[in-house]
Ligand binder design. Structure first.
Ligand SMILES: Cc1ncc(COP(=O)(O)O)c(C=O)c1O
Length: 628
């Protein structure tokens, strides 16, 4: 079978297709282990009562990413004879979930891997973690006095907390707090890079970046720290280019620019010993290995080598000791580690297999539409398609002016769909179909209605057109006969996915199989461990999905490490200021009134109350067996 979904390209050591048509997970820690069938994981979870939509985290994937990042830096340090160390920190905002952060801390401890906190709550999380004594906690973001005091005091109990100055005004507060406490903080300064990157975050880099200090502000900070006798505290320089940098040369240029500022500040007597280069290490969502926005033209190893080499050169040129290199990679550490599985509830097919009959008295445009099939041939498909469209659109206009009946319009729609199916059949059977026809026909795709909320589970797909690989979990050894876009269960026209990763890179519809009666059809959305969970919202009050953390066991199966039940209706109501108990009481009163008005009997009251309470405690998503 052709690699229709590009799995071989992007699945790279994580996901593969099996001969039996099932998608399976590969064990990156043990590549020789048999792949783990995803449909069997899902049915096993369902047997335990954990229904889809479910977010599945794979512990080994997270461990593998952390090991790989640290190993790549260690290799680069060795091969360039770099004299400094590497200390990575994970930006908590990229995935704040306790299960994820706890594991990152655990897997990262051997590497002295630390955390980046962009806010007070994130610092509170960081300070609750059992980090290695050599790990860093980098505090970015806007800070008030409480944040600064907590950060400075945390040093007294053994945390290496660096307060990164994001603005000149923050400096006053830091100096004042440090002097009040009589403690010397570890300080950093965030510089604004001039280099503009390509990719989705191009607009937020360069002059238009809203973060960081310009050269003249940095000099101001240096002078004021000197005056306050705190210049010895300024140990770290920070910069961040933006997320998902597609082109490795942008990384190199940014590193060179950062080094230029770093070496100049050292020349000014600033005792910098950490060079923090922020995040931006991208992942290849499409597997194209290109500098397109959803891809990257480099490997993790190349990224690390470029950084180490560039920093090494710059320091040698300036005759300075090699600083500790810090990066704040978020996406590259967690994106691979989780995926979402949901089922298709039903399909709206852009197809009508049988042609309805016309009726005496039908408008002539209906018979014209019907007649298109009589001159349909491969040489005339374009013409037939145009004619069918024209007659259908004219009929719609007639209907809107009340000139044809609703039943005539219904027949016209059916005839149109049937003619389109015939056109599609001819085009699909041609080895070299007329140019542009396939694209046109692919616009006429089915809608697969799926049990998930885009706004809750895949907000970046909605907000920034993020592409994630989406693949059916089963029947991959069968040629997909349909093309579909996916719609979620919110009542929002934006709640749809209409861009997909396929063998050619990306496409506006997903090749899918026709649904079969009595059989669930599952889709998996991959690489969603970064940013999605916390950015998601409660549109239509669809809450958090069920979440499980699994890992490979040594018998070729999987073990369930953790389960977090998705939100119930009770939960989501309380998020939006309802007291669910008040809702129950109010409904009781309404029922009571209905009983006294004679609208229902007391038994109905009991049944309805039970249904209401059951709904209140149930999952916010479609529940039950979704068979077709
Ligand atoms: C300051 C800072 N550090 C690190 C990151 C993480 O970036 P990424 O997930 O691309 O590695 C971000 C996110 O944009 C950020 O703003």
């Amino acid at each position: 079978m052709a690699d229709i979904y590009g799995v071989e390209r992007w699945g790279d050591g994580f996901v593969c297709e099996q001969d039996n048509g099932e998608l399976a997970l590969l064990n990156p820690v043990n590549p020789d282990a048999a792949p783990l069938s995803l449909p069997s994981i899902v049915s096993n979870l369902e047997a335990r009562g954990i229904q889809t939509p479910v977010l599945i985290r794979v512990a080994s994937y997270l461990k593998h990413s952390i090991d790989h990042l640290n190993q790549c830096f260690a290799d680069a340090i060795k091969s360039y004879n770099y004299q400094g160390a590497y200390r990575g920190v994970f930006p908590i905002k990229v995935n704040q979930q306790a299960q994820v952060i706890d594991r990152i801390t655990e897997y990262g401890r051997p590497y002295h891997y630390g955390l980046e906190a962009g806010s007070k709550p994130e610092l509170v999380i960081a300070l609750s973690q059992k980090l290695s004594p050599d790990a860093l906690i980098i505090c970015n973001g806007v800070k008030d006095k409480e944040f600064i005091e907590l950060a400075i005091r945390a040093q007294q109990i053994g945390f290496n907390v660096v307060i990164v100055l994001e603005s000149v005004s923050e400096l006053d507060l830091v100096i004042e707090t440090a002097q009040e406490l009589g403690l010397k903080p570890l300080l950093g300064v965030r510089i604004k890079l001039n280099h503009r990157v390509s990719g989705k975050w191009a607009e937020s880099s360069g002059d238009r970046s809203t973060f960081g200090l310009s050269i003249n502000q940095i000099i101001d900070v240096v002078d004021r720290l000197k005056d306050a006798d705190l210049l010895d505290c300024l140990v770290l320089q920070h910069s961040h280019l933006g997320s998902q940098i597609p082109n490795v040369n942008d990384v190199r240029r940014a590193v060179s620019e950062a080094c230029r500022v770093f070496t100049s500040l050292c020349g000014e007597g600033v005792p910098l010993s950490y060079l923090d280069l922020g995040g931006g290490l991208g992942i290849d969502y499409t597997g194209q290995k290109s500098d397109a926005v959803n891809s990257v033209n480099y490997t993790m190893s190349e990224y690390c080598s470029n950084i180490v080499e560039s920093v090494g050169y710059a320091m040698e040129e300036a005759d300075l000791p090699h600083p500790t290199i810090v990066t704040e990679s978020g996406r590259a550490v967690v994106a691979h580690s989780s995926f979402l599985v949901f089922s298709v509830l039903e399909a709206t097919a852009y197809q009508k297999d049988d042609m309805p009959d016309t009726e005496p008295g039908d408008h002539h445009l209906i018979t014209d539409l019907m007649a298109v099939k009589d001159y349909l041939s491969i040489d005339r498909v374009q013409e037939c398609f145009n004619d069918a469209r024209y007659y259908r659109d004219e009929l719609r206009t007639l209907f809107s002016f009340g000139n044809i009946s609703i039943r005539e319009m219904a027949r016209a729609e059916k005839i149109y769909l049937h003619v389109c199916s015939l056109i599609k059949g001819i085009v699909d059977s041609e080895d070299s179909p007329p140019e542009g026809m396939e694209d046109k026909l692919n616009q006429m795709v089915d809608i697969y209605h799926c049990n998930f909320s885009l706004f809750q589970s895949l907000p970046d797909v909605w907000a920034i057109d993020q592409l994630h690989p989406i693949v059916p979990l089963q029947r991959l050894n069968e040629k997909p006969t349909r093309h579909a876009i996916l719609s979620d269960i919110t009542c929002d026209s934006d709640g749809k996915i209409d861009r997909f990763v396929t063998e050619d890179g990306d496409a506006t519809s997903l090749p899918v199989h026709a649904l079969r009666h009595g059989e669930n059809y599952y889709l998996g959305v991959f690489f969603i461990g970064a940013y999605q969970e916390t950015l998601g919202d409660l549109h239509n009050l669809f809450g958090d999905t069920n979440v499980v953390t699994i890992d490979f066991d040594d018998k070729g199966g999987f073990k369930l490490l953790n389960e977090v039940e998705g939100d119930t209706i009770y939960d989501v109501l309380s998020y939006v200021e309802y007291d669910p108990k008040d809702c129950v009481d109010a409904f009781k009163e309404i029922l009571e009134q209905a009983v006294s008005d004679g609208k229902i009997g007391v038994k109905d009251r009991r049944t309805m109350m039970a249904i209401y309470k059951e709904a209140m405690n149930g999952y916010t998503y479609f529940e039950g067996v979704e068979t077709h």
